[in-house]
Write a protein that binds this ligand. Structure first.
Ligand code: HEM
Length: 148
């Protein structure tokens, strides 16, 4: 699951960028909505399975061969990278739920710009930035723990 989520996070950034391009440049609000809902659901399921996997098998044993690991005990760099990753990942999950639920209730179906647009743009840009940071910090953690 760790590897699946790692690979999924590589796909998220370009798909998110494409979805924002769809609204900004193409004004394709309906496709933007579908892409965001799909991303939200796929990421939600992936995170759930990932959390279950981590609770059952953990990751520390698998990080022992890492060069960033000192004498079998966890190196501070790996723990620090995980803390930074979680600092972004936890608010991102909550913010995405908030942005999606609010957009679904405030925009018509099919969605078109309305009085809620300004608020959506404000929170949605933060949500997109937070997701980007979650991906980048996740890759750094993965590299330090399992590749390095
Ligand atoms: C976490 C999920 C979502 C993210 C990250 C997101 C991201 C964005 C961003 C960054 C923009 C502004 C683009 C610009 O600067 O012009 C935008 C616009 C828009 N989004 Fe989303 N979005 C999400 C979910 C949704 C959903 C579920 C809907 C529909 C129900 C939706 C409908 C719209 C519409 C109609 C606009 C155009 C607003 C306007 O400029 O008038 N979005 N979205």
């Amino acid at each position: 699951m760790l590897d699946v989520v790692f690979l999924a996070m590589f796909a998220v950034v370009p798909v998110l960028a494409w979805s924002i391009y769809l609204v900004r440049n193409k004004r394709n609000y309906a496709l933007h909505k579908r892409v965001q809902l799909a991303l939200g659901i796929i990421l939600g399921v992936a995170v759930l399975l990932f959390e279950i996997d981590m609770r059952i098998t953990g990751w520390r044993d698998r990080a022992i061969p890492s060069a960033f690991n000192v004498e079998g005990s966890m190196n501070d760099w790996i723990e620090y990278a995980l803390a930074v990753h979680l600092f972004f990942a936890i608010p991102t999950a909550l913010l995405w739920i908030f942005v999606i639920v609010r957009a679904l209730s405030k925009f018509d179906s099919p969605p078109v710009p309305n009085a809620y647009s300004r608020t959506h743009r404000f929170w949605a840009w933060i949500a997109a930035f937070e997701m980007f940071m979650t991906s980048v910090t996740g890759w750094i953690f993965y590299y330090l723990a399992f590749i390095g």
